[in-house]
Ligand binder design. Structure first.
Ligand code: A3P
Length: 289
């Protein structure tokens, strides 16, 4: 069987080449956004799938029919995957819901001048790196991982697939990013106040909901509902892409889970790099429940 964990280096950043080829990545950078588009942007493991589910539910006023019958990669296709962008371009549905992990310095130019709505979701990076480490164990399209210590080093040095977490968050949230319609929401905010986060997103999307509709959205995008929904928990993808005997996509869904993995020494190493790389950045992070 052909190896799935081939690496595509594009503009100096590693991508999973089995899913994202040079051609598909080039194509993504030239994508013609429409003013009605909704774009979900994230660094991997920051709550992307959660936002895909929430936006689907908001657009359907809390009705879960679509989220229970259509896989999330069809509802909210990946921009960096050629097959999906071709489908998007041929589609006459509005609004189009699109997902990407691309950094701002690569995708920003394509968004200039559009009124497309961008939802940027971030998560505290200690939980991101732990979640990403576990995901590497089950996702056969990502490089094999060794120890968590090695993986953490790669994360802090920005050599993992999809590049540097620091560049990603600073790029998309910078005041100079010049995106007209951007909502920055965090994983922790959703975790602490899901109804409030849903209301914030629905008002940004100009799709205000009545209280019962919010309650239905909350019910269907809770961790347990999503864990049991085949359309979102990736059990529909073939075993050679994601090996569910090695872990679950919907793994724990907790704030502060990093504490079960980081050693004291790793935490100090993390803090020193974080402090220097985030200097001048005013974003605040929630590290535990
Ligand atoms: P964990 O591995 O920490 O459990 P992404 O979609 O960006 O790949 O992020 C996946 C992470 O989001 C996983 O984190 C997953 O469990 C978590 N997640 C997805 N839906 C969630 C939900 N409804 N509530 C809490 N966490 C959720």
């Amino acid at each position: 069987m052909a190896r799935l964990d081939v690496t595509e280096v594009f503009h100096g950043i590693s991508f999973p080449g089995h899913l994202h080829t040079q051609e598909s990545l080039e194509h993504a950078l030239k994508f013609q956004f429409q003013d009605t588009d909704i774009l979900i942007v994230s660094y991997p493991k920051s709550g992307t799938t959660w936002i895909q589910e929430i936006v689907t539910l908001i657009s359907n006023r809390g009705d879960s029919h679509l989220s229970q019958t259509v896989p999330n990669w069809t509802r909210a296709p990946w921009l960096e995957q050629y097959y999906f962008t071709a489908v998007l371009e041929a589609s006459s549905t509005t609004p189009r819901l699109i997902t990407t992990h691309l950094p701002h310095h690569l995708l920003g130019p394509a968004l200039q001048g559009t009124k497309a709505k961008v939802i940027y979701v971030s998560r505290n990076p200690k939980d991101v790196v732990v979640s990403y480490y576990h995901f590497h164990k089950m996702a056969n399209f990502l490089p094999k991982v060794d120890t968590f210590a090695e993986f953490l080093k790669g994360f802090l040095e920005g050599t993992l697939h999809f590049g540097s977490w620091f560049d990603h968050i600073k790029g998309w949230t910078s005041p100079t990013a010049a995106i007209d319609n951007l909502l920055h929401i965090t994983y922790e905010e959703m975790s602490l106040d899901l109804p409030g986060s849903i209301k914030r997103m629905s008002s940004f999307l100009q799709c205000p909901l009545v209280e019962d509709e919010v309650i239905n959205c909350v019910k269907h995008c809770s961790f347990s509902s999503m864990r049991d929904n085949k359309m979102i928990n990736y059990t529909l993808v073939s075993e050679d892409i994601m090996d569910h005997s090695k872990g679950s996509f919907m793994r724990k869904g907790e704030v502060g889970d990093w504490k079960h993995t980081f050693t004291e020494e790793q935490n100090q190493y993390f803090e020193s790099i974080f402090t220097s790389k985030m200097q001048g950045c005013t974003l605040e992070f929630v590290w535990e429940k």
